[in-house]
Write a new protein. Structure first.
Length: 455
């Protein structure tokens, strides 16, 4: 519960608003701090930009590949660590979607549903199409540098300012005119430059990291082939013998998809069950969670997929029952096992010693047998992902379990190929960890500067 003693002047400033939610909001408190204590010049957001706008809603025609279409990103896509695009907008209709195009070095703000999340675009976003649920900012990058502006808007103070004007009963929204007058403190040139450099380097590292991951997956698939198994509705005949030799499953999805996967697999490659190279495969601890202000970072199975998941995550008490089984260690592989199955994360320095929901299955690989990097990359290939989807079960909530993951056949490539893949993945996770660390350093510099004004 939050509480504050309001002053008469606050009521006058707010045009006699009496609702507690307004006066307790972080945005209102930030405005008071900035206007009263900021030792620097203040500049409205709209004057720090060349353009500040949102795209309109248009009909979308989706196509199968990038050859016929432009990548289309939803708001949630942009915050995932891998910046993965699963949809493409037909190039035929792209002239009508010009205002929805994204360019590098823009700042995007979510404006519907989940409000106030901010992303800095990279060259990977160039000429792609973004949802209309984003406010687009094209920074002038003069008196206020773009990297500093991003760090300020991403900070807890910026978030409060962005979300204070949200409207709507069920689904909250903000519009460009709600944020264009946000006052931005014009930090001294030297401080801005330091923060800006951290953000620009962070974005570059993230782009490099994603290219390493994609290169590893492409290399792996060049050796085993790209799976073309269709996951849509289909029929076929299944022999009773194949059911007898499988885990005794009678559901059509399992039998049909595994028949197709086995048919397209390279018979010349050695295969091993994932269970044969694993130290352990298990589900994390369940139980009541006690959330606190200062505890252990806790992530859901969807949050673990984000680029910077610990920045604003919940924290659980160190006294939480079963906390030890929730914790993850470096080189653990996490796999979302219910709802959306098969999302996979390799734990690096940034997520080490974090608590993760039981909805993420833990796969612990024995490094004496094979590199965890190699297994992670296999699970990111189309063949690996479809193997997990084919193994899942359930009619309402799709689920994976330990036995089904362990039963997946993994191709074992020659040692030199394994080393090549493992090195690319190591570069990916190292660069991604460094990218997140630089972004957090930049945001911390902004927050510490503003916090010291009140002392």
């Amino acid at each position: 519960m939050k509480k504050v003693i309001i002053k008469n002047t606050w009521l006058e400033e707010s045009k006699n608003r009496l609702d507690a939610s307004f006066h307790l909001s972080d945005g209102v408190n930030t405005i008071r701090i900035i206007e009263k204590y900021c030792p620097y010049k203040l500049k409205p957001l709209k004057k720090a930009t060349d353009e500040l706008f949102k795209g309109n809603i248009h009909k979308r025609v989706y196509v199968d590949s990038s050859e016929n279409g432009h990548p289309f990103y939803t708001a949630s896509d942009l915050f995932k660590a891998e910046l993965k695009c699963d949809k493409y907008i037909s190039k035929k209709y792209s002239p009508y979607l010009k205002e929805l195009e994204l360019k590098k070095d823009w700042i995007l703000i979510t404006r519907s549903g989940t409000l106030g999340k901010v992303v800095y675009t990279s060259e990977d976003n160039e000429n792609s199409i973004g949802t209309d649920d984003l406010v687009r900012i094209k920074p002038k990058n003069k008196e206020i540098k773009s990297g500093y502006l991003y760090a300020f808007l991403t900070s807890k103070f910026g978030y409060g300012l962005l979300t204070q004007s949200g409207y709507g009963g069920v689904v909250k929204h903000i519009e460009p005119h709600h944020v264009e007058n946000i006052l931005i403190p014009v930090f001294p040139e030297s401080k801005q430059q330091k923060i800006n450099d951290l953000i620009i380097n962070s974005v570059k590292l993230r782009t490099d990291a994603i290219s390493k991951l994609n290169a590893a997956i492409k290399y792996f698939e060049s050796k085993i082939g790209v799976s073309n198994v269709n996951l849509d509705y289909q029929t076929t005949n299944i022999k009773a013998e194949s059911i007898k030799n499988s885990p005794k499953r009678l559901d059509a999805q399992y039998q049909i998809l595994w028949k197709a996967l086995k048919k397209e697999s390279n018979s010349q490659l050695e295969l091993e069950k994932i269970s044969s190279v694993a130290k352990d495969i298990f589900v994390g601890g369940r139980g009541k969670r006690i959330y606190v202000a200062n505890g252990i970072a806790f992530l859901s199975s969807s949050e673990m997929m984000l680029y910077n998941p610990k920045r604003n995550c919940k924290q659980v008490s160190k006294r939480t029952n079963g906390l030890e089984s929730m914790m993850v260690s470096k080189k653990d592989i996490l796999i979302s096992r219910s709802g959306t199955v098969g999302n996979t994360v390799l734990i690096g320095d940034q997520l080490e010693n974090t608590a993760v929901s039981e909805h993420a299955l833990r796969l612990i690989i024995d490094p004496e047998k094979i590199s965890p990097n190699y297994v992670f990359c296999f699970l990111k290939t189309k063949y690996g992902m479809k193997s997990m989807e084919a193994s899942s079960f359930g009619s309402v909530i799709i689920t994976l379990n330990e036995e089904l993951i362990g039963n997946i056949d993994m191709p074992i490539l020659p040692k030199e190929d394994q080393d090549e893949i493992s090195e690319l993945i190591e570069n990916y996770i190292t660069k991604m960890d460094k990218s997140v660390a630089l972004e957090n350093e930049a945001i911390d510099l902004v927050e510490k500067e503003i916090e010291q004004w009140q002392k």
